[in-house]
Design a protein around this ligand. Sequence first.
Ligand code: FAD
Ligand code: SF4
Ligand code: SF4
Ligand code: SF4
Length: 477
Amino acid sequence: MSLKNKSAIVRITPSTQPIFVEEVVAGDLCTGCGVCAGTCPTNAIKMVLNKRAEHVPLIDRQNCSACNLCVEVCPGLLNMDAELNEFVFNRQPENTDVGNHLSIFVGYATDRKTRQQGSSGGLATAILGYCLEMGRIDAAIVASESHDNPLDFRGRVVHSVDEIRSAAKSKYTSVDIGGALSQLWRKNLRFAVVGLPCHIEGLRKAQMRMPKLRRNLVLTIGLFCGHNVTRFLTEFWIACSKTAVKDVRAVRYRGTGWWPSPEGGRAVEFESKNGAKTIHGWRDSAFQIGWDSKIFVPSRCFACLDFSAELADISLGDAWLDRYKDGVEGMSIGLARTHTGLEIVAAMSEEGVIDLETAGVSDFYDSNRSQIDFKKRDIWARLDIRTLLRKQNPDYPWPRNFRTSTRERLIALEQYLVNEIAVVLHRWRILQHIPLKFWRNYLYRGGPLKRAILLGRRVKQKVHKLVAATKKNSFCL
Ligand SMILES: Cc1cc2nc3c(=O)[nH]c(=O)nc-3n(C[C@H](O)[C@H](O)[C@H](O)COP(=O)(O)OP(=O)(O)OC[C@H]3O[C@@H](n4cnc5c(N)ncnc54)[C@H](O)[C@@H]3O)c2cc1C
Ligand code: SF4
Ligand code: SF4
Ligand code: SF4
């Protein structure tokens, strides 16, 4: 059943519903998606950057009619509740790690340029381009850098295949799609959106409330998302490369190569205004160190449960599978979740626009095991820490499946503190002077707390062994 035929408008009623989105922001629950700004009927919301470089909404009270739509479309409060799954799929997921889906596949765009220009297999770009050429959509919202700041990426409305191609590749930073959405949804155009799980969730909530969006937004492509980072990480990486941010003209988070091999492989790149290019292999870069040690992760990402854009028509991620390790060209893993999504990828595959191979749930797990664990298991320890810090947690629909240990909670607390300290040190311009060796040690040997816990465990084991040996000896006597 297509969404436009759905008649029921379901009101979203989280147990502790705030009145305005400012309360979402104050509760560290804002994902920075911009859906509230994009759907506000009076255009009273502007997205701004806060002190942590997170995109947050700012309401102009003079223009606000207190309709509460912004709160109802907000993905920050409630995640993938039963009503949303019912609305999109007419059923609940069997496996809540994977979400509702009709098929899992691996593949790539057969047009070599699209594949090479893409983050993994170039499937997102190929699908959008195909839908535009076939007249299934009139426009799309993609992520692209703003004209005045190369570090600022926003949702952009595009109408041609060339524009879709030029917006390919992942932007490892928050992207607010508010401006693009408000431009499009009022027009009578059929459009597609590519976005992270939080974008897709906000859009689905908006579709529940807004019949026009239900009619016009005909395709959602969701990207897998382990976590995001703020633009502070890009600034930190550029500063570590002894370059001033103001001298940078363009940034590419997924430059040359695909698999992050020790010999180089996948790269992060920036281009200075004088034309000089700085290219770092993923494994050697300050960007990777900051990414993997999870400094500059927006607060809300630590409380996010959706890894694979569980409400999208099609979800796409990197096929980090051993069998593709030696491949130099990118490979995507994807899920067709709705009939619309399945029909599109099947038609493209039949016409040879994309090359697909059937995959299974085990491939889904194998491609992103640590990211899935981070989102689906470790989250409960982080939510405990939020509760300890008296922060409101998003209203999750499913019963909690895991008990967290003290150790897990301590590690979550350490992660939270390191993140907070990194933000302060970066704002004081101190962080870039800390040798990268320190971060590498932190990353690969664990932080002081993790090391103390491991040491404690070893001492405990030794004491146990000693006690056991003493008991045995005394028995013998
Ligand atoms: C912040 C972030 C975290 C991710 N984490 C993971 C992960 O943990 N595991 C994994 O397997 N994959 C992850 N991905 C997805 C992966 O990097 C690829 O985007 C995905 O495999 C699609 O590749 P592609 O070649 O098909 O897309 P492409 O053809 O390169 O097209 C990508 C499309 O996504 C849009 N886009 C890029 N960045 C953003 C953004 N920040 N917000 C909204 N739209 C955007 C682009 O405009 C483009 O249209 C992440 C992506 C992002 C942006
Ligand atoms: S309450 Fe309504 S008018 Fe006011 S900011 Fe929210 S969506 Fe806009
Ligand atoms: S809709 Fe998005 S940007 Fe607006 S408050 Fe909610 S999470 Fe933040
Ligand atoms: S981790 Fe969740 S909240 Fe953060 S960017 Fe990804 S989908 Fe959005």
